[in-house]
Ligand binder design. Sequence first.
Ligand SMILES: *Cc1c(COP(=O)(O)O)cnc(C)c1O
Length: 459
Amino acid sequence: MANEKIPYKIYLTEEEMPKNWYNVRADMKVKPAPLVNPGTLQPMTAEDLAPVFCEELIAQELDNDTREVPIPDEIRGFYKMYRPSPLVRAYCLEEKLGTPAHIYYKFEGNNTSGSHKLNSAIAQAYYAKKQGLKGVTTETGAGQWGTALSMACAYLGLDCKVYMVKVSYEQKPFRWEVMRTYGASVTPSPSMETEVGRKILAEHPGTTGSLGCAISEAVEVATTNPGYRYVLGSVLNQVLLHQSVIGLETKIALDKYGVVPDIIIGCAGGGSNLGGLVAPFMGEKLRGEKDYRVIAVEPASCPSFTRGKFAYDFCDTGMICPLAKMYTLGSGFIPSPNHAGGLRFHGMSPVLSQLYHDGYMEAVAVEQTSVFEAAEFFARTEGILPAPESSHAIKVAIDEALKCKETGEAKNIVFGLTGTGYFDLVAYEQFNNGTMTDHIPTDEELAVGLAALPPQPNL
Ligand SMILES: *Cc1c(COP(=O)(O)O)cnc(C)c1O
C-alpha cells in the first residue's frame, strides 16, 4: 500500500485495534527509578502502596519487565465506543504553511472528556471495580481528567470524588457541571474537608490551589474512607501503559501506508499522552531498530524538563505521597497566576524523565502567547478548536514544518492533538482581547522550589 494516496483520516477497523498495551519499561536498559517511601527512603513495595492504589494497578506500576499487557475485553469494548481515534493527515495545514513536510496528528478529542484521559480512566475504574471497591478519589486541574474519570465511573457504577484545583473550579464552572452530570462529587481544592486542605489554607489563605495540593486531599480521602482508593490521571507508569494505545494505533495506521515518522512531538504536563504516543516508537529506538526524533513541549512558565532537576521529589504539596525520581521544579512550585495554558504539574513521568536523562528525547519550552497563536492558526486551518495543552505540540510541529520549508526536506512530522478547547474559552478570550501575557520564571524564583527537595535516597 506504500504508494497509495494517503487519506485525510486514517482509521483502523475494530479488528486492527491493539489487543495489548505496550510497556516501554520492558525495553529500557536503565529502568525508571522506583517510587520511594518518604519516611524510610526505601522503595515502595506492593504492600506499602495497597492502602492508596488498587491492587492490579500497583502490579502494573511495579512491573518493569512484561512487554505486552493484554487489554481486558471489557476495556476494549469501552474503547470501541470512541476509538480508534483518527490519525489525520494535515493536508490543509501543510498547504497553508507552504511546507514540503508531511504532517500527521493523532486526534484524541473525540469523546466528552475532550481528551486522551479517558483511555486510562476506564482502565483504572475497571480495576477498582474488579477489586470490589465502592469508589475512587482523584484530583483534577483543568478538568479533563475529572471528567474522564466521572464518565468511566458512571459506566461501571462506581462512586467518584473529585478535588478540583480552585482556580480552575472558578474559571470553568461548566467543566464540573459535566462531572456532576456523570454523577461525580466535585470539591474545590484546597477545601476545609480534609486535614491537609485545612493546613494548606491556614498557611496560605486565599490560595488558588495547585494540582499537588488537590492530590494530597484526594489521597487523604481515599486512605481514610474504607472501600476507596486514589487514582491519578498522569505521571505514573501505569498511566503511560494505558496510554500506549495512542501510539500503537498511530503506528498501525502509519505502517499501513508505509509512512515512517522523522519527528514525533507531544505536549508534556505529567507525560501521559507523550509517553503513550511515543511508546512503540521509543521501543524500536531502545532496541536499536529505528531512530526517531522525539520532542516534548512544555510551557515556559512551568519548565520541568528544561529547567528542573532530575531528583526524587514529592508528587503532592502536602508531602504525603511516595517520592518519585523525575524532572521537577519542587513540589511547592505553583505556576504564575497568568498562566492559562494547562500543563501545570511541577514534576514529570519517571519513565520519560529517565528517557530524557539518557538522551532518547529532546524538550523545548514555549511561551503561551506563541502557543495560542499556533492554536488560532490551527483552528482556522484544520477546523478543530484545540486544547491549550495540545497547542504546545501544534506550535512546535508548525516550527518544525517551517524549518522543512527552508531546507526543502519532506520530513514526516507526527504530533499528538490531545484534546479540544471548548472549556478553555477564558484563556482564548484573554488571547483574543490581547491581554494574555507571558511569564518566564527567573532562576531565583525557580531556586525556591528546588531548594525544598526532600532528602535523597541512597539506592
Ligand atoms: C491532561 C492533558 C494534557 C497533559 O497531560 P499529560 O499527562 O502530559 O498528557 C494534555 N492535553 C490534554 C487535552 C489534557 O487533558
